[in-house]
Design a protein. Structure first.
Length: 501
């Protein structure tokens, strides 16, 4: 699924109207009808609705929704905030139509007025401002939005929470409706997918309103959503006539004194990914730990408390390095020697990224198509600070193209960035995965997939998707609060079953 900018979405609307030989009003009716269907499925028949409308096309959606709810027997009333001298044509048409049915169903609010004494059980539908917003909300409208945010009522935003830009991150403190749900049309907005703004959208539901498939397929976007369909397409079913040698050797270079949990988790994850063989290289102090806790894996040792020499990596089909290795001088030299000598794609995580940050001259030596898996702080140490997560993402795209690397920028919607500058947002996963060891699990999983012959693109995208899906399955059983990293590995099997069906 593509993520379009606000201007591309408007162009898609216009193309659909022209190609389908319908009017923009007809398209508004289609969108509003789908919104009402969603509301009917979500709330009980005795729900009372207050619909807040602007004077633009988003307000026109709100007025149409009010009319449709009323005709279905719901108690609904629209309040219009005049944001300019006059309404848009489609908004005015819906305003007039609602007034003809019953002029008590709609009220224009005078400037500086607010809605008071609204019972807490009323559902507020936000249709004040849409994707056409191109500057921060100010004055009375900003105060009105803040007033709504202070109410206890549940809020459903239509297309986008009012005050939220579609394609950028506003300044901290900007007036934005804090919705519990957002019903959006056909596409995710980029702002839904970033932490600073996504929190205001609540749970996002995408409604298909039949926009032109011709326009969508032929219009370029560098931003995409990782869907179930894409994940299933990337997944490769096993040939019955195969043996362990056909599924590669994953080599996990991990661990140091006090950090052997990271090595254990990464090794277990590589095994559960389906790799035919997994070998762990750890310091001497961790040898017995790995042999005991992960008996299915082979093990080698180097150094007493920290890895001091990386050996026999050439025999591996994929290498993952960094989980819990520390940043000692000996490990730093060993890491530098490996990066300089290695010519095959490598998964670099955790302390591997920290060592890169300390030795910036190594970045251009990283083998092409390697996969870096930083969280935001690790990314900043590598490539510098960004004023917000969208700027960080753009920086990641620049670095991926510059160094021919894949960057897995971890977060609520982890972004997989390719050497071509493409960005794929992952939609699986939950806040329970914000727990120690979760990143080690992801690094091991991606390494295991890479060892099996998946390309770097496939391993990164599929690895992030499976990791998140397994986390969702684990949270269903354990809760988000009680979830630990090992629970994620335990649900890999169910995630693979889902992909295979």
């Amino acid at each position: 699924m593509k993520v379009f900018t606000a201007s591309q979405i408007r162009a898609c609307d216009s193309y659909t109207v022209h190609a389908s030989k319908i009017t923009s009003y007809d398209l508004m009716e289609r969108a509003s009808t789908n919104c009402v269907k969603w509301l009917e499925g979500k709330y009980s028949p005795d729900t009372v609705y207050v619909v807040l409308c602007g004077s633009g096309n988003n307000g026109g959606d709100g007025l149409a929704i009010t009319r449709m709810l009323y005709k279905k027997g719901y108690s609904a009333k629209a309040f219009v905030l005049m944001l300019g001298d006059e309404m848009t044509a489609d908004c005015k048409a819906n305003y007039d139509r609602l007034q003809k049915i019953n002029d008590g169903l709609v009220q224009v609010l005078s400037e500086d007025s607010f809605i008071t004494d609204m019972p807490s059980n009323v559902v507020v539908v936000d249709a004040i401002l849409g994707t056409g917003l191109n500057r921060p909300v100010e004055g009375w409208v900003a105060e009105f939005i803040e007033h709504i945010n202070e109410l206890p009522n549940e809020v459903v935003s239509v297309d986008i929470p009012s005050g939220m830009p579609a394609d950028s991150i506003p300044k901290e403190g900007a007036a934005i409706i804090n919705a519990q749900y957002t019903v959006s049309f056909q596409f995710y907005k980029k702002s839904f997918l970033h932490r600073e703004t996504g929190q205001f959208a609540g749970a996002v539901h995408i409604l298909d309103i039949g926009l032109s498939e011709t326009f969508i397929s032929s219009t370029q976007s560098n931003f995409h959503i990782v869907t179930d369909t894409l994940a299933k397409k990337l997944y490769k079913k096993r040939n019955p006539f195969t043996h362990k040698g056909d599924y590669g050797l994953a080599y996990i270079i991990a661990g140091s004194k006090g950090m052997m949990g990271a090595a254990t988790l990464a090794t277990k994850a590589a095994l559960r990914s389906g790799a035919g063989k997994v070998k762990a290289l750890v310091p001497e102090c961790g040898f017995d730990i790995i042999q005991t806790s992960v008996p299915e894996a082979m093990c080698d040792a180097s150094g007493e408390t920290n890895i001091s020499r990386i050996k026999n990596w050439e025999e591996a089909d994929a290498v993952g390095i960094g989980c819990g290795i520390g940043t000692s001088d000996a490990t730093s030299r060993t890491f530098s020697d490996y990066i300089t000598a290695c010519k095959k794609p490598t998964v670099i995580d955790a302390d591997g990224l920290n060592l890169l940050a300390e030795q910036q001259e190594l970045i251009h030596k990283i083998p092409a198509d390697s996969i870096l898996t930083p969280h935001p702080k690790e990314f900043e140490r590598l490539f510098g600070k960004s004023k917000d997560s969208m700027y960080m993402l753009e920086n990641a795209r620049t670095q991926s193209m510059k160094y021919n690397l894949y960057i897995v920028l971890k977060g609520h919607h982890t972004a997989i960035i390719t050497p071509e500058g493409e960005c794929l947002y992952n939609m699986t996963g939950n806040a329970g995965m914000a727990t120690g060891g979760s990143g080690d699990v992801l690094a091991g999983l991606i390494t295991g997939l890479l060892a099996q012959g998946y390309t770097s693109f496939e391993a990164a995208v599929l690895g992030v998707y499976i990791h998140g899906l397994a986390g969702d399955l684990a949270a269903q059983k354990r809760s988000q609060e009680a979830l630990i990293a090992g629970d994620i590995i335990d649900r890999f099997g169910k995630a693979f079953v889902f992909l295979s069906n």
